[in-house]
Write a protein that binds this ligand. Structure first.
Ligand SMILES: *[C@@H]1O[C@H](CO)[C@@H](O)[C@H](O)[C@H]1NC(C)=O
Ligand SMILES: *[C@@H]1O[C@H](CO)[C@@H](O)[C@H](O)[C@H]1NC(C)=O
Ligand SMILES: *[C@@H]1O[C@H](CO)[C@@H](O)[C@H](O)[C@H]1NC(C)=O
Ligand SMILES: *[C@@H]1O[C@H](CO)[C@@H](O)[C@H](O)[C@H]1NC(C)=O
Ligand SMILES: *[C@@H]1O[C@H](CO)[C@@H](O)[C@H](O)[C@H]1NC(C)=O
Ligand SMILES: *[C@@H]1O[C@H](CO)[C@@H](O)[C@H](O)[C@H]1NC(C)=O
Ligand SMILES: *[C@@H]1O[C@H](CO)[C@@H](O)[C@H](O)[C@H]1NC(C)=O
Ligand SMILES: *[C@@H]1O[C@H](CO)[C@@H](O)[C@H](O)[C@H]1NC(C)=O
Ligand SMILES: *[C@@H]1O[C@H](CO)[C@@H](O)[C@H](O)[C@H]1NC(C)=O
Ligand SMILES: *[C@@H]1O[C@H](CO)[C@@H](O)[C@H](O)[C@H]1NC(C)=O
Length: 806
């Protein structure tokens, strides 16, 4: 006999206070014609169930005054910790009921919540559907079942903001955040998350909703999933079942630390999807699942504002037209100074903000030019901003039209050609004169204000100076620091910063020549604290190391909020200019490519293994590989790099880097030098195939190179992948395929199976073989085998708890 059938009721001790220890008898099920009241008391369990790990109850929880109650399901680890229970579902979200409310499970089979004044606040509307009883299942699902024991209604079909272990969230269902943590009403907030035909999406409420997160399951044209699509919370993962069917093989999973105790997932009021676990007496956050970077959350900086990527500094989208909602809290966003009026479009204009991007990724128009994009926004009354982003040609880009502007984020112009055009309203002449009058009237007030401002500015300037001095002093103390140049020296060398080589890392790069004739590239970083961070990262990581395959940092210069880095000049620019078919200046031969690949590998091996401190680059991609006159490759751009003690293997950090080159485990914040090995694998594959990792000019199923690679491997057609533009590559096809195996090794989903860079060098130089038995499933990012969370077996309570203190 199964223990569960026998054990349909529990004895539990409610430790209300040490003095009174009432022994109560609770059921897992309830019969028709039962009513419950809150009776003005806090926390009244009605039903109770549980498995080995988690215990669930449903009942009322009221405010301290015994009123403002919610009918909810609660989770907690075991019977003695019920005081720490958390709400995982509520019937009357947003509609708190009075202390004299009644929950009535009627004879007809309806479950309804009646407020003290008699009004029906919530009901399952299941009267007449042969409901026979109610059951709070072991996995925390409140079920109304009929006489056949079939489910008529269940709380899992109407989730609120939480997901329980084992629970499935089907297509059409959504988790919706609550308005705020402090608001006990549980009223729905701005965020939701749910599954579609092609993946998991998180949205911010707007008309239409805007997606700020998506995890796509790439279509393979073979949809074998007969049932509905869903995402499921399992021990160790949040898994998507879209094209594959149950149970063993999710299409893709988001890694979650395996549960050592009870866990639940909650969509927070700020849009984060967090996993909580009960540990040593309290609930702690163990994972933040949508690892998109703070600036990609729509409300990180509120509305109409710009988030400085990496640093989470907020500013308004133009001070002229927007003002902060609260000057002291820039993250609350900004409001329009003059609201947009559709009946006076002649007084509207589009304000350009360069190098910003919006979090949405589904374009309203594709392949259009910038002017068409702007025009579309001008013409559409509801359009508040247009975002335009193009790839290789300014005449063909993606256009996004927004009816509501949340937080946008700054992007590095080296990697994005992206701008925003924000619609603003000018006041008509009538309004202007009015304002002038007001201005004059308040001149005296303004004078006092000015004085205050002036004092403030002086204070800030004074303080800044102190900061800079401290910073500079710090730099000089670093061992093995490169030269410090004066600003004048650099100005002269670059002929007043006239020869721009390109945009890079939050600033521009200029060509220059030192007095001794040495050609240099000067990178000018401009901006806030996070730019400084990137500057310091760069100086610290490569300032004191020299290797033929690493860019040489000649020196630096600091001037107020500007930072300059001086490098050797690389006449052949970055690798991306040479490898992608369609836009390369010259097709590289096999030997040159091989040399470049070995150079990069050696540079990385040096960083990882030979330096005093291990350096993880974290942004390996063709744009960051520079080529000198003789096509010697040098790894550059250390703005994201991490210094790590040799003994340390993993470090938690926030995810940065460039999509396509980021190793899968980084999404779960595991950063090791193997992340660089993965990025190297991608670059290697790009060099061999002569195409970009994402290539939108290809047919949809081929636009991700990894899919093509995997398919060719499965079909045994890897030879076809070698760069077709190059006869020389075709001649060396078999060697190319051999090297693809190195790439496959570097691209192992499990980072522990990837080789070290020194092994890669050995293989490339012929001193070692590629490991056999490689996993060629590059696109299934499942990190570990899922295990089902809702275990059926019961554990009887320890007798010590049953008998309890007396
Ligand atoms: C429900 O009804 C059945 C049969 O009438 C009875 O045995 C059982 O004790 C009742 N359960 C509760 C919780 O009242
Ligand atoms: C409600 O509380 C009152 C006073 O504490 C008590 O007399 C009454 O029996 C309670 N009613 C229920 C349904 O528990
Ligand atoms: C529960 O609902 C039924 C049907 O609507 C009603 O007859 C009954 O009086 C209600 N019970 C309470 C305690 O309100
Ligand atoms: C209630 O649900 C549990 C599973 O969680 C099941 O074992 C039990 O049989 C159910 N009880 C009824 C009366 O349906
Ligand atoms: C919760 O939010 C609602 C709606 O925004 C508001 O009316 C209510 O006062 C809030 N309650 C608390 C306790 O903040
Ligand atoms: C589709 O999937 C089935 C079962 O997994 C497989 O037998 C079949 O070959 C697949 N077809 C294609 C075109 O991939
Ligand atoms: C989750 O999986 C881990 C490892 O597989 C295991 O140790 C742990 O007990 C599991 N937790 C639950 C809640 O099943
Ligand atoms: C993101 O925001 C959280 C909470 O505000 C903060 O703790 C964390 O450091 C931020 N991460 C980054 C990369 O700024
Ligand atoms: C435009 O509409 C606003 C209300 O939306 C109204 O107050 C205003 O007078 C209108 N202006 C003109 C010029 O029609
Ligand atoms: C930006 O545009 C230029 C041409 O205007 C192009 O060469 C470059 O590749 C583009 N950059 C990106 C990251 O798409």
């Amino acid at each position: 006999m199964r223990i569960s059938t026998f054990f349909s009721a529990f004895f539990i001790i409610l430790m209300l206070s040490p003095a009174t220890v009432p022994l109560k008898f609770y059921y897992q099920t309830a019969n028709l014609s039962t009513t419950w009241t809150t009776n003005y008391s806090d926390y009244q369990p009605m039903l109770l169930s549980g498995n080995k790990l988690a215990t669930f109850t449903c009942g009322f929880r009221c405010g301290a005054d015994g009123t403002s109650c919610l009918f909810s399901i609660f989770i907690f680890p075991n019977y003695v910790t019920y005081g720490r229970s958390e709400v995982v579902w509520s019937a009357n979200r947003g509609y708190l009921v009075r202390g004299d409310a009644i929950l009535n499970f009627t004879a007809a089979g309806d479950l309804m919540l009646k407020d003290g004044d008699g009004s029906i606040v919530w009901a399952t509307n299941t009267a007449g559907k042969a409901v026979a009883g109610m059951n709070l299942t072991d996995s925390g699902n409140l079920v109304l079942f009929d006489d056949q024991n079939l489910v008529v209604w269940q709380s899992f079909d109407d989730p609120t903001d939480s997901l329980l272990p084992g629970q499935k969230l089907y297509q059409g269902q959504k988790l919706k955040s609550s308005v705020s943590l402090s608001n006990s009403s549980g009223r729905e907030g701005m965020f939701s998350i749910g599954i579609t035909d092609i993946g998991l999406f998180a949205y911010v409420e707007s008309n239409p909703p805007q997606a700020f997160y998506r995890m796509l399951v790439y279509p393979n044209g073979n949809d074998t999933h007969k049932g509905r699509r869903y995402v499921r919370f399992l021990n160790g993962s949040l898994s998507l079942f879209i094209r594959s069917s149950e149970p063993s093989d999710p299409d893709v999973s988001i890694y979650i630390p395996t549960a050592s105790s009870v866990q639940y997932i909650k969509l927070m009021s700020d849009g984060h999807l967090k996993v909580f676990e009960y540990q040593s007496g309290g609930w702690i956050e163990v994972a933040d699942l949508l690892n998109v970077g703070n600036c990609s959350y729509p409300l990180t900086c509120g509305r109409n504002s710009i988030c400085l990527a990496g640093q989470q500094q907020c500013s308004c989208a133009g001070r002229e037209h927007f003002r902060p909602v609260n000057d002291r809290q820039p993250n609350l966003g900004c409001s329009e100074i003059t609201p947009l009026r559709c009946n006076s479009t002649q007084d509207q204009d589009l304000n350009t903000v360069e190098n910003v991007k919006y979090f949405t990724s589904t374009a309203d128009m594709e392949g259009v030019n910038m002017e068409t994009c702007k025009q579309a926004c001008r013409k559409k009354c509801s359009c508040k901003a247009a975002f335009y982003q193009y790839y290789s040609h300014v005449s063909s880009g993606d256009c996004f039209l927004l009816s509501e502007i949340f937080t946008m984020k700054t992007v590095d112009p080296l990697y994005y050609n992206a701008s925003a055009f924000i619609k603003v309203q000018y006041v008509t002449s009538h309004h202007v004169s009015h304002q002038v009058a007001r201005l004059v009237g308040s001149t005296v007030g303004s004078f006092v204000l000015l004085l205050v401002v002036a004092i403030g500015v002086m204070y800030v300037v004074y303080k800044r100076k102190g900061d800079t001095e401290m910073e500079e002093g710090y730099l000089d103390q670093l061992p093995g620091m490169p030269n410090r140049f004066s600003y004048e020296e650099l100005k002269t060398a670059t002929e007043n910063f006239s020869k721009k080589l390109g945009q890079g890392g939050f600033g521009s790069v200029f060509e220059g020549t030192l007095v001794d004739g040495m050609k240099i590239a000067v990178k000018c970083l401009e901006g806030f604290a996070q730019v400084k961070k990137s500057f310091l990262a760069e100086v610290q990581s490569i300032g004191s190391i020299h290797h033929v395959n690493l860019i040489r940092l000649r020196g630096f210069c600091t001037l107020k909020s500007q930072w300059f880095l001086v490098y050797d000049f690389m006449s052949n620019g970055s690798l991306d200019r040479w490898i992608y078919h369609g836009n390369r200046e010259h097709v590289l031969e096999w030997e040159s490519r091989k040399k470049i690949i070995i150079d990069i590998a050696k540079g990385l091996a040096y960083l990882h293994e030979e330096c005093r401190q291990k350096i993880i680059h974290l942004d390996i991609k063709p744009q960051n590989i520079l080529l000198d006159d003789n096509f010697n490759a040098k790894v550059s751009d250390f703005g994201l790099s991490k210094l790590i003690n040799k003994s340390q293997t993993e470090v938690m950090t926030s995810i940065k880097g460039t999509p396509g080159y980021i190793a899968p485990e980084c999404w779960s914040s595991i950063i090791t030098e193997k992340a660089d090995v993965y990025s190297f694998g991608i670059v290697l594959l790009e060099i061999l195939c002569g195409r970009k990792i994402f290539d939108r000019s290809q047919s949809e199923e081929s636009w991700h190179l990894l899919f093509v690679f995997q398919k060719c491997w499965e079909e045994g057609t890897l030879l076809d992948l070698a760069d077709r533009d190059s006869e020389d590559m075709q001649v060396h096809k078999t060697e190319v395929v051999e090297m693809m195996k190195v790439a496959a090794w570097c691209l192992q989903t499990n980072y522990k199976r990837r080789p070290s860079m020194s092994s890669v060098v050995k293989v490339l130089e012929g001193g070692m073989h590629v490991e056999t038995n490689l996993d060629y499933d590059f696109t299934n990012l499942r990190i570990q085998e899922p295990t089902v969370g809702d275990q059926k077996d019961f554990t009887l309570l320890p007798s010590s708890i049953l008998s309890g203190p007396r």
